[in-house]
Design a protein around this ligand. Structure first.
Ligand SMILES: Cc1cc2nc3c(=O)[nH]c(=O)nc-3n(C[C@H](O)[C@H](O)[C@H](O)COP(=O)(O)OP(=O)(O)OC[C@H]3O[C@@H](n4cnc5c(N)ncnc54)[C@H](O)[C@@H]3O)c2cc1C
Length: 452
């Protein structure tokens, strides 16, 4: 990035994975940065230290395969953009097969040291409780944004546009649903266009399928909420297994009701229950299972959901969950420069924008830091194209995702514009390297263009 010194300060709230990377990128670009962090004076139920970029749970940055894996590609892009988080993760890497696991304490200490030693970064301890009226700011306060700031953001965006819990239903790659079993139809064929009338994918169940599914659901291993995590949790997003516990037929009269639907593969037979999947992105490559938010462990989810006829070979872009998680309805609130449309001096970055995961959060910090620095230097920096991992994520959260059902998202190839090959779609083995090769070229070009 070109170093053009700016006299105007960029303020960043939150020195987590996103805020730390944003501060580094902006400072390296020549912009003075003030980093506001409330820990250790004020903690959260998950953080244990006052260090920057604390990894609150697992110590893994997941797959490091930049040829066949979307998160590995995101690693590659962040390394190419001289990201601090990746540099320190590489330096404190632990053996973990193909995954990038890190020594979390040494990693966080190293990030903190680097930021504190930077001549253009100033630390200001303390909680920010209100949204600033002027200046240039990046809000990167994460899934556990303090209550006071959360309320201030809700007041600025509208209460319905800021969630305090996620309720994530599993998301399936559309091309792995068996359409010889499933079919496209909205209940009662509702909608004015054919697209609307066929908006859902339906998976039919016989009585035996349903009973076996409920048994598996009740027996599956579940995760518990952390202490202090449930404050403010409400009954409107009950896990599917809790609904099943309330009565064996609750789901059949709830999200799995078989009414208003006719199975074209077997029109004379009325399904006993139906699992519906709803389109999750504009590309139509991802579908979420309607009403299936869950606290089942990931392994159990795979076993239970693959019992659903039509999903036996399903590949999941992400599995379900329910967590304390403050995040914006970014598809309606943010522009593609990650600015709040109603208050463009405020950018958002990290998990609060509706991405999910350490790496994704840091990547959004990298982008916001570069964009804010460019703006302070009088330049406009557009995001990288959607064929890159960073670009696919930012395009998803700021426009590609369905705003109505928006829930936090991991990076995955379902977010990328599909690559078609002559003679039909390529198999995964050749398609994924084609995605990553295309992404690397486009990201390299974006970095060159970003130099101005
Ligand atoms: C319990 C839990 C477990 C998770 N486990 C994983 C996991 O295993 N793997 C994974 O990839 N992701 C996990 N995540 C999701 C997510 O990727 C991480 O939370 C990640 O740290 C998000 O990065 P961030 O920078 O957006 O937020 P954070 O890293 O949380 O950083 C936000 C920072 O803002 C500070 N802050 C908050 N409010 C204020 C304020 N008002 N004023 C000043 N500072 C403030 C916080 O103290 C914090 O340092 C988990 C999340 C939670 C809550």
């Amino acid at each position: 990035m070109t170093e053009t010194h700016s006299t105007q300060t960029l303020h960043i709230v939150g020195a987590g994975l996103a805020g730390s990377e944003a501060a580094w990128q902006a400072a390296q670009a020549g912009v003075p940065v003030t980093l506001h962090e409330m820990r250790p004076e004020r903690g959260t139920f998950a953080h244990r230290t006052g260090l920057c970029a604390e990894m609150v749970c697992s110590n893994s940055f997941r797959s490091d395969d930049d040829e066949k894996n979307a998160v590995g590609l995101l690693h590659w892009e962040m390394r190419a953009a001289s990201g601090l988080i990746m540099e320190m993760a590489d330096r404190h890497r632990l053996p973990a097969g193909g995954a990038l696991a890190v020594d979390r304490e040494a990693f966080a200490e190293a990030v903190t040291e680097r930021l504190r030693a930077h001549p253009r970064i100033r630390f200001v301890p303390g909680e920010i409780t209100d949204l600033p009226r002027d200046g240039q700011w990046i809000i990167a306060t994460g899934p556990l944004t303090s209550d006071a700031l959360g309320q201030a953001i809700a007041a600025a965006t509208g209460r319905a546009s800021l969630a305090f819990f996620d309720a994530i239903a599993p998301i399936v790659h559309a091309d792995t649903i068996d359409m010889d079993i499933a079919w496209r139809q909205s209940r009662y064929d509702k909608g004015d266009t054919e697209d609307e009338q066929k908006a859902y994918i339906n998976c039919p169940m016989t009585r035996d399928d349903y009973e076996a599914f409920i048994d598996a659901l009740l027996a599956a291993e579940k995760t518990e909420f952390h202490d202090g995590e449930t404050a403010g949790y409400f009954d409107g997003c009950l896990p599917i297994e809790v609904m099943a516990e309330r009565g064996r037929d609750t789901l059949r009269f709830g999200p799995m009701k078989p009414v208003g639907l006719t199975n074209p593969h077997c029109p004379e037979q009325k399904p006993y229950a139906v699992v519906q999947l709803r389109r999750d992105n504009a590309l139509g490559t991802l579908y979420n299972i309607v009403g299936f938010q869950t606290k089942m462990k990931y392994g159990a989810q795979l076993e239970v959901f693959r019992m659903i006829p039509g999903l036996r070979e399903a590949a999941f872009a992400r599995l379900g969950g329910i967590h304390r998680n403050t995040f914006l309805n970014s598809p309606t609130l943010l522009d593609d420069r990650m600015r709040l449309k109603s208050h463009p001096h405020l950018r958002f970055a990290g998990q609060i924008t509706g991405v999910e995961g350490y790496v994704e959060s840091a990547a959004m910090g990298l982008l916001a830091g570069r964009m804010a620095a460019a703006a302070l230097q009088g330049r406009d920096l557009p995001p990288p194209g959607p064929e890159t991992a960073t670009g696919a994520l930012v395009h998803h959260i700021t426009g590609g995702a369905e705003a109505r059902s928006f829930q936090p998202m991991n990076v995955n190839f379902g977010l990328f514009p599909p690559i078609e090959a002559r003679g039909g779609r390529r198999g995964r083995a050749t398609r994924y390297p084609a995605y990553t090769a295309r992404a690397k070229e486009a990201f390299g070009q974006w970095l060159l263009d970003a130099q101005g």
